[in-house]
Design a protein around this ligand. Structure first.
Ligand code: NAD
Length: 294
């Protein structure tokens, strides 16, 4: 644990928030996670219990350690319960208005010296920060899905974030067993800035008849040593998510490489979002044997 962070607050217990709360409790921090309603909280907590159970099954945790971790983790639906946290990591729905309203409420409730961190993938950290009075203590902490397994966290500073807060954030991330990298508040940060144009270009290559879905995937896997090809990754991430992020990045940079290709837009409009809807660039009717559709 770092000297100054004794208690961690997490806002949102969905896909990312539950993972962040889990790794915080696993690292030894008393952790409190706030949800909008009880039913979402229970769902998120059940996901954490299940994920910790898998660590026990694999032998990387004992049942006793799992119980200790769960005992460090509390759930709530009340902002006031986050008041004494030293850092609050927000992982609620990706909506600027909802996030800004939430930050304004949080700013009133949480002790003034606490640091606020957003896990947003695409919104401007500066714009979120301006809903609070903590301009020197507001950062981005961008975790990757699935949080308990993915090692990377992008640590995002704004033009007003203090260097002391950034140093503290780097140490905090390392104390979670993750690898922090520093980046500035630009849409996409480091990873999506490089990944999104590559994914969009793969779709453009497909549209131009350069290769089939299967051959482009094989090409990047076997030719570059990537763990999966771009279309397998697109279907895994969700086409609507990539489309949404690409539009935000295009809005920010106005560069063609961030512009979503027409085929991506058509697939999203048709509700073909990838694995989660059963169809995207592959047909996932049999999840163990996806069949290319283009
Ligand atoms: P999600 O929909 O799974 O979870 C969001 C949760 O926030 C929901 O359970 C919702 O009930 C809760 N919530 C909404 N308003 C709330 C409030 N006022 N107080 C407390 N809880 C509230 O979404 P997610 O995929 O976990 O994404 C969360 C954030 O993480 C987004 O900003 C997203 O951009 C970012 N992110 C997502 C991924 C990913 O792969 N899904 C990766 C990196 C970052």
């Amino acid at each position: 644990m770092t000297e100054v962070i004794r208690k961690v607050g997490v806002l949102g217990c969905g896909l990312m928030g539950s993972g962040i709360a889990q790794v915080s409790a696993m690292a030894g921090y008393p952790t409190i996670v706030k949800e909008a309603a009880d039913e979402f909280l229970q769902k998120g907590m059940a996901a954490i219990e299940k994920s910790l159970g898998k660590f026990v099954e694999k032998g990387s945790l004992t049942a006793e350690q799992r119980a200790e971790m769960l005992a460090r983790l509390k759930g709530t639906t009340r902002f006031e319960d986050l008041s004494d946290c030293d850092i609050v990591i927000e992982a609620i729905t990706e909506n600027l208005q909802v996030k800004r309203e939430t930050y304004a409420a949080l700013d009133e409730t949480v002790k003034p010296e606490a640091v606020f961190a957003s896990n947003t993938s695409s919104l401007s950290i500066t714009e979120l920060m301006m809903a609070t009075k903590r301009v020197d203590r507001f950062i981005g902490l961008h975790f990757f899905n699935p949080v308990p397994l993915m090692k990377l966290v992008e640590v995002v500073g704004t033009i007003t974030t203090s260097s002391e807060v950034l140093d503290r954030a780097m140490k905090f991330v390392a104390s979670l067993g993750k690898v922090p990298i520093r980046t500035s508040d630009r849409s996409g940060f480091i990873v999506n800035r490089l990944l999104v144009p590559y994914l969009l270009d793969s779709i453009r290559a497909l549209e131009e008849g350069v290769g089939t879905v299967e051959d482009i995937d094989k090409g990047m896997k076997l030719g570059c040593g990537y763990p999966m090809g771009p279309f397998t990754l697109l279907d895994y991430v969700g086409l609507e998510t990539t489309y949404y992020i690409a539009n935000i990045m295009f809005e920010e940079f106005r560069e063609k490489r961030f512009a979503p290709p027409p085929l991506l837009k058509r697939l999203v409009l048709a509700g073909h979002h990838g694995r989660k809807t059963g169809r995207g660039f592959y047909d996932h009717s049999d999840p163990n044997n996806p069949k290319p559709l283009f």
